[in-house]
Each structure stands twice: as C-alpha cells, then as structure tokens.
Design a binder for this molecule. Structure first.
Ligand code: SF4
Length: 206
C-alpha cells in the first residue's frame, strides 16, 4: 500500500523490510510480533516479549522451529539480518523464537526434537528413516546416562550423513538443532557422557 521505498525504510540495507516472529516458551508475553529485519534476540525477548518468566535467566533459545538452531544467551545481540545470521550460524526459518529458562534441561528437550523427526520421517529414504532413529536412540542414551563412549562421534557422523544424503528438506534440516547444540553447549554433552554407565549387556555387544 505504501510502496517499496517505504517498505525498504525498515530493516537493514542488505535485508530490507520486516519479519513476523513467534515468541514462545518461557517468555512473559507469548505471541506474534512483526519487527524490522536486523532486530536482535534481546529486543525480541526483552522489549517485545517482556523477558523470561519469573525473572529467570535464559537456559537456551531455539530459533527457527524444530529444525532451527539452539543458541546460548551469547547470541542475544546479534542482528537478525540475513548476512549476520549466515556469519553467526543462526537460522531464523519460520521466525519461531523458543525461549527456555535456566530450569529447562537441554538434553531431554533435544531428545523430544529427535523423537519428533523420527516420527515425522516418511521412511522413503534410508538416511532419514534409519538416521533419525539412531539420533533418537543416542539422545535417549545421553538423557538416561547410558551412552557409550563413541556416541558423540557417531552422532556427528550421523548428522553429516543426514544432511548430505537425505532425499528431502525434512531429513536435510533435521541435524541443525543437534549440530548447533553440540557447537554451543559442548559441556552438556560431555557431562552426560562422563556420567554414563553402559549396561554390561551392551558392553559385551560392542
Ligand atoms: S528425507 Fe524426506 S523423503 Fe527421506 S525419509 Fe525423510 S521425510 Fe521421507
């Protein structure tokens, strides 16, 4: 209605205009906001969203939906424009901003994401059909502290294979949450591995 120049007056020179974001999770004001591209997570979460419920700290943020990146609060001040998101390995996808407070444990959350992709896989191609099952199995073992020492290497290989060889976008995008969580929260995975005790029957098999 107001023309392209008006629209381009919002956002940044390389990412003009606005985007609709969905604020969800442990956030005071859940809902939909339309903001200029280049807005930061801090502005979305604290200015529009009213902050984290109960005044808690942020535990993690997932941007872009289940097939999106899992981030620490170090990403709060990164402008959400296309160039900056690419440089900083942030995916915004559908515009979902899911905030988890410090009370939410990361690994069970990721296990739920793994269950989601395993459930949603249509089974047409082997990498996604078998890969999502194996990602789910490894995530469950990390949650249950029964992961074997090679779990994380296996998980890394699986995620690469899923991304490289899945037939459609579902399998190709499924690794993003896990890859970004491994990159941004390595200590959480390392701790789960350090606390794991492989059941004896499994040790005999491996
Ligand atoms: S990648 Fe796509 S086609 Fe292949 S099993 Fe998964 S959902 Fe089906």
């Amino acid at each position: 209605m107001n023309g392209s120049d008006w629209f381009k007056s919002f956002g940044t020179p390389s990412s003009a205009g606005t985007k609709v974001f969905s604020l969800s999770g442990d956030i005071v004001n859940r809902g939909i906001v339309e903001a200029p591209l280049g807005v930061t997570l801090r502005e979305l979460i604290y200015d529009f969203g009213g902050g984290v419920k109960g005044g808690k700290h942020i535990g993690f943020i997932q941007t872009g939906g289940s097939a999106g990146t899992v981030l620490t609060d170090k990403f709060l001040d990164i402008p959400l424009d296309f160039a900056s998101m690419k440089t900083n390995n942030v995916s915004i996808g559908s515009g979902v901003i899911l905030v988890a407070s410090e009370d939410v444990p990361l690994l069970p959350f990721l296990a739920e994401v793994a269950h989601f992709f395993w459930h949603e896989s249509c089974g047409k191609c082997t990498p996604c059909r078998e890969g999502t099952l194996q990602v789910k199995t490894i995530m469950d073992s990390l949650v249950n502290r029964t992961a074997d020492p090679a779990s994380l290497q296996r998980l890394g290989r699986l995620l690469n294979t899923l991304n490289d060889t899945s037939f459609c976008g579902l399998g190709q995008a499924a690794p993003l949450a896990f890859e970004s969580a491994l990159r941004n929260f390595p200590e959480v995975f390392d701790q789960a591995l350090a606390e794991s005790h492989v059941p004896e029957t499994c040790q005999e098999e491996t």
